[in-house]
Design a protein around this ligand. Structure first.
Ligand SMILES: NC(=O)c1ccc[n+]([C@@H]2O[C@H](COP(=O)([O-])OP(=O)(O)OC[C@H]3O[C@@H](n4cnc5c(N)ncnc54)[C@H](OP(=O)(O)O)[C@@H]3O)[C@@H](O)[C@H]2O)c1
Ligand SMILES: *[C@@H]1O[C@H](CO)[C@@H](O)[C@H](O)[C@H]1NC(C)=O
Ligand SMILES: *[C@@H]1O[C@H](CO)[C@@H](O)[C@H](O)[C@H]1NC(C)=O
Length: 315
């Protein structure tokens, strides 16, 4: 009996010690006073912790969230804990290209500069509905929406150089494929769903690389990361028992946000671009993620898809 309690307990303790020890923490104390930062999906999880940390460092923070109630609640919490009053909520629904355009227009008209864009928002929800733009909702939230957002904000980000784009991808990009079909057909079961999610995360990686090439010498860097296995709302639809184990075994959101924060602030990364990071260290992406031909192909496809949604001019 004794055995069945102590062995799992020891295994668990060793695991937790290893997890805390191996978890990369952002040790930079760089200040961000005078910098303007956008964090998408900042009302909870990794995005919330990233926004809070950057607010602590004195930046102006734009919380780009889809729900006004959750967005403003997060805003008040961050202002209260950091005493930085320069934190605002702006509505952004990545599942609507119209909303992405409206958000970008508002930012371009009202903000003097954008120094950091953290493309953090993402979904792992199995949902096979189509958006108002006739795209599978997951592909749009994780890929087409952030693609359009980044493209629209790019002129302002360039004009604000030195500036940075930080993309939250996932380890699962390693099993992703660029399969244009999967971006058009919604997933019907959890296996197909895994595939769509991984494909969107591979797309994040490919674009990071492509954009970093296009931006060479512009003073804008773009890097991507895997936050680790993190206990966040992304697992909200799982069974109570799985949620219990996820909470027990996975990183906290604060730990999960460290690599995003590191990429946004570390002075030593000033000239580092097109790279992939895990636990605040450069890591090796999958072979497909560094396939430049694939990146070009996907870029063309994505441009076509978002161009189709452009508001038609009345003739
Ligand atoms: N957790 C992990 O283990 C893990 C591992 C690898 C990668 N990631 C990536 O990390 C990122 C952050 O995830 P998380 O774990 O922090 O998840 P989370 O707690 O579920 O947070 C996701 C955020 O994205 C927002 N969002 C979802 N759909 C949106 C839309 N249509 N428009 C605008 N915002 C939207 C959510 O807003 P609502 O609150 O309104 O839903 C929420 O603020 C994601 O890109 C995810 O793929 C996470
Ligand atoms: C990542 O960055 C590229 C630009 O480099 C952007 O087009 C793409 O949609 C971004 N995706 C996310 C969510 O990481
Ligand atoms: C980045 O490049 C600029 C210009 O070449 C140089 O002045 C600066 O020292 C570099 N920064 C780092 C951290 O290497």
């Amino acid at each position: 009996m004794y055995f069945y309690v102590t062995v799992p307990a020891i295994v668990f303790i060793v695991y937790k010690v290893y997890q805390k020890w191996s978890c990369g923490m952002c040790t930079s104390d760089a200040r961000m006073t005078g910098k303007v930062v956008i964090v998408t999906g900042a009302n909870t999880g990794i995005g919330f912790e990233t926004a809070k940390d950057l607010a602590h460092r004195g930046a102006r923070i734009i919380l780009a969230c889809r729900d006004e109630g959750r967005g403003t609640t997060a805003m008040h919490k961050i202002i209260e804990t950091t005493q930085n009053k320069n934190v605002v909520f702006k509505q952004l629904d990545l599942a609507s290209l119209k909303s992405v355009r409206a958000f970008a227009e508002d930012v371009i008209q009202t903000e003097p500069a954008i120094h950091v864009l953290v493309n953090n928002a993402g979904t792992g929800k199995l949902d096979n509905s189509l958006t108002e733009d006739s795209l599978p909702i997951e592909a749009q939230i994780n890929h087409f929406g952030p693609f359009l957002l980044t493209t629209l904000l790019l002129p302002l980000i360039k004009a604000s150089a030195p500036s940075r784009i930080v993309n939250v991808s996932s380890l699962l990009h390693k099993v992703g494929k660029v399969d244009p079909e999967s971006f058009h057909k919604p997933a019907k079961n959890s296996i197909q769903h895994m595939r769509v999610y991984s494909n969107t995360k591979l797309a994040n990686m490919l674009f990071t690389r492509k954009l970093s090439r296009d931006l060479e010498g512009s003073g804008v860097t773009v890097n991507c990361l895997h936050p680790g296995a993190v206990s966040t709302d992304i697992f909200r639809n799982k069974y109570a028992i799985s949620r219990f184990f996820i909470k027990l075994l996975f990183k906290t959101s604060f730990e999960g946000a460290q690599t995003s924060i590191y990429l946004a602030v570390a002075p030593e990364l000033e000239n580092v671009s097109g790279k992939y990071f895990v636990d605040c260290q450069e890591a090796v992406p999958s072979k497909s993620a560094v396939d430049d031909k694939l990146a070009d192909k996907l870029w063309e496809l994505s441009e076509r898809v978002v161009a189709d949604s452009e508001p038609k001019k009345n003739i």
